[in-house]
Design a protein around this ligand. Sequence first.
Ligand code: 13P
Ligand code: SF4
Length: 334
Amino acid sequence: MADINSSFAAIEKKGFLDIDIDPTIDLFAEIENLKKEKNAIILAHYYQEPDIQDVADYIGDSLGLAQQAEKTQADIIVFAGVHFMAETAKILNPSKKVLLPDMNAGCSLSDSAPPALFKLFKEKHPKHKVITYINCSAGIKALSDIICTSSNAQKIVESLPADQPIIFAPDKNLGAYINKQTGRNMILWNGACMVHEIFSLEKIIRLKIRHPEAKIIAHPECEEAILKTADFIGSTTGLLKFTKTDSATIYIVATETGILHQMQKESPDKTFIPAPPDNSCACNDCPHMKLNTLEKLYLCLKYEAPEIQMDEQLRLEAKKPIDEMLKISAYYGL
Ligand code: 13P
Ligand code: SF4
C-alpha cells in the first residue's frame, strides 16, 4: 500500500492518487459528505460510468458543462470528464480549484491537433477565421476565433457572414456535417474521435433489419456513412432529449455507451441498443472517459488532487474564443 506522501509524489507519473480505500466505506455517502464539507460540485459528462453520473450535481454535454463551470459558486469543481473539459472549466473560472480524477483522461480528437502544427496551418490561410470544436487543448483554443460544441456548431458557423472563409478544427466529421447543413465550404483539419470513427455500418444495418421499428440516432462526430442512416443527429444532450420526446420505443444509439444510462433512466420503458463498433465488442466505450472511476473521484475530492494548473497568459488567450461562444449561445438561448 502506498502512503499518502508517496502517492502525492506519484501523481505526476501516474496521473491519479493511488491510495488504498477502506473496502467497508460507502463511497456514495462519503462523496456526498465531502461535497458538503468542502463546498464542492461534481460536473460529469454523459460518457462517465453510471456510478459517477449518479453522484454528479450536474450531468451534461460539453456546452452545458462549460456553462455550469462558468457560473458555479462552489469552491471546488471536480470534473468527471476528460482533460480538455476540466481545462475549459479552469479557463472560465480560474479562482476555483478544478480537479480531474485521472489526469491521463485525454482525448484522441484533442491530440489530433498539436498547437505548433495548427499554427503553421493557420498561417497558410491568413484570411480565414478559425472555428474550433471545444475538444481541443488550451493551446489550440488560444489560436481560435470562436469555440463551438456539437450542440451550437451550426449556429456559431452561421453567425459569420456567408462569404467569410473559415477553418474548422479539429473534427473533420463534425466539420463535414456542418458544411452540409450550412452550405459552407470550410477547410477542415484532419482530426477525428477514435470512438465515433469505429462504428460498423454493416452491423448497424443488420441491427436495423432485426429491429425495423428502431430509430437510429447518431452523434455528429460519426462518419458520413453512419450519419446518412440516422433518423436523428445531435449532441449528447440533443440525443437524450430526442429519445424522451420522440414516439419510437427502440433506438440504436451511435455514440459512446455512457449516455445509455441517462436514456434508460429518463425513458425506462424504451429499449436502447448501443451501435456496435467494427471489432469484436458489442458496444463502444471511450477509453479516456472511462479512466475515471468512483474510487478515483472519491480520492480526488478527499485529497484535492490531481489539480488543473494553467499558465495565466495562455488561459487569457484561450478564454476569448470560449467567451465568444458563450455569448453567441446565450443570444440564441442555447
Ligand atoms: P457532446 O457531449 O458535447 O455532444 O460531446 C461529445 C464528446 O465526444 C465529448 O467528448
Ligand atoms: Fe475524445 Fe471521442 Fe473520447 Fe469524446 S469520446 S473524449 S471526442 S476520444
